[in-house]
Design a protein around this ligand. Structure first.
Ligand SMILES: Nc1ncnc2c1ncn2[C@@H]1O[C@H](COP(=O)(O)OP(=O)(O)O)[C@@H](O)[C@H]1O
Ligand SMILES: [Mg+2]
Length: 424
């Protein structure tokens, strides 16, 4: 089974690309389901039909579903949220504010991604395609189910075991709302599904993330940031799809500025994402609506080889390996980048803005977006190790970054102490 997740900024063509990919997979004979988790659903438009929150058959071997975020959130998070509402209101918080506060950032998105595990475990599908734009906080909760469990348990005033002993005493002395056993079980269920989803999405043989972009500076920058976080949390990105590229034959004077800008931006795309394969889709003369247009999009994206397992099979791994990864070692965080075929010349590092690192080796150039945790650290140097370049960032004493600290042996101590006692 394969899970393919297309992500990118709103409007770049995620839904169209996901739909085109799904149709191709189905036509290759894979039992395929395509899900959109964006609340502004348009998967139905792509297939020129109505898709709702229940699975709909769209073509032979192909099913689609537009996830209802609120419903998903209710399903996984509802019981916990109910309790937190009561708790926060009891503490004098206005009920509307309490309701908002009881939702963790990224939770709705997270809950909709958790639906993947149900589809995967049903055994009904060979390919699951997800049209989604997970944010940093969603990825973080997903990568470390431990922290989610800890966090959820921490915002409840008692741990389960303590409560078993303390319940009679507390209820005699105070009207503090106490969580019941059912609630702890809901948390257990929630974390179990979370762990399963995390395992699926974190397995590079099962799941591939694909970045969808347009040749526009802002769009590329945002995709670079997403890429930085996907790398930080260890998700395998295997390709980049550059959509809406003006065709070569376009010679319009009015558009000449745009054509020139695209040319420059396409070069920048290579600096930002190589060695990942980058495929291009032209700006079509019409919208991508209905199966004929989706098939046309799939042909430009995957080629015409309609052999299962062949060149045109979207389920194959487009890239294997770790172009960029981050880990901790001896007082440093190390940003490690793959350098296949690059002559090991003098390395030139340049930081143009705080969170951007430009690496030059001879004619070779790479533009890397840094996750916030790294961006604020000093660089101690760089060295070649095998066919990788390791850039050393000096850890700051007493400074904790949630994401980066997960790389240390005792992961959440810092965060725990920061949050401890915040609620009760
Ligand atoms: N290559 C393309 N050529 C022409 N129109 C496109 C292309 N890619 C996407 N579109 C159109 O652009 C709009 C936005 O695309 P969509 O896939 O919904 O983006 P997203 O899901 O990223 O918000 C849709 O109307 C779609 O048909
Ligand atoms: Mg969309």
């Amino acid at each position: 089974m394969r899970i393919l997740l297309y992500t990118g900024k709103g409007g770049v063509g995620k839904t169209s690309v996901s739909a085109a990919c799904a149709l191709r997979c189905a036509e290759l004979g894979y039992r395929t389901v395509v899900l959109s988790t964006d609340s502004a659903h348009s998967l139905g438009d792509s297939f020129d039909t109505r898709i709702g929150s229940d699975l709909v058959e769209l073509a032979p071997n192909l099913w689609g579903q537009e996830i209802d975020l609120l419903h998903q959130m209710d399903k996984y998070w509802g019981r916990v949220q109910e309790y937190l509402n009561v708790l926060f209101s009891w503490r004098g918080m206005d009920s509307l504010v309490a309701e908002e506060t009881s939702v963790l950032p990224g939770m709705a998105e997270l809950a909709s991604l958790m639906h993947i595990s149900h589809l995967a475990d049903s055994g009904d599908y060979d390919t699951i395609i997800i049209d989604a734009a997970p944010t940093g906080s969603t990825l973080q909760l997903l990568s470390f189910p431990d922290i989610a469990r800890w966090y959820i348990e921490k915002i409840m005033p008692f741990e389960r075991r303590t409560l078993q002993i303390a319940r009679p005493i507390v209820s005699r002395m105070s009207d503090l709302p106490l969580p019941d056993d059912d609630l702890f079980e809901s948390v257990e269920d929630l974390v179990n599904v979370l762990e399963r989803t995390s395992l699926l999405l974190g397995d590079s043989q099962v799941s591939s993330m694909r970045l969808v972009i347009n040749p526009e500076r802002m769009v590329i920058k945002e995709a670079q940031r997403a890429y930085a976080y996907l790398n930080l949390y260890g998700y395998a990105v295997d390709s980049v799809v550059c959509n809406r590229v003006f065709p070569q034959e376009l010679q319009d004077v009015y558009f000449s500025g745009w054509i020139e800008a695209q040319r420059r931006n396409l070069a920048f795309v290579e600096e930002a994402f190589q060695p990942l394969p980058i495929s291009r889709i032209p700006f079509f003369e019409e919208e991508v609506l209905g199966q004929n247009m989706l098939r046309r999009m799939a042909a430009t994206l995957f080629g015409d080889d309609l052999e299962r397992g062949g060149e045109g099979d979207p389920t194959r791994l487009f890239y294997q390996g770790e172009p960029q990864k981050i880990f901790a070692r001896n007082g440093h965080y190390i940003l490690s980048i793959a350098l296949p075929l690059v002559a090991k010349d003098e390395v030139n590092l340049h930081r143009s803005v705080v969170d951007e690192l430009i690496v030059r080796i001879g004619n070779w150039k790479r533009n890397i977006a840094l996750p916030i945790g790294l961006a604020r650290l000093k660089i101690d140097g760089a060295k070649y190790e095998g066919d990788r370049l390791n850039i050393l960032f000096r850890k700051q004493e007493g400074h904790a970054d949630d994401a980066l600290d997960s790389l240390q042996s005792s992961p959440w101590e810092q965060l725990k102490s920061r949050l401890q006692g915040d609620v009760v």
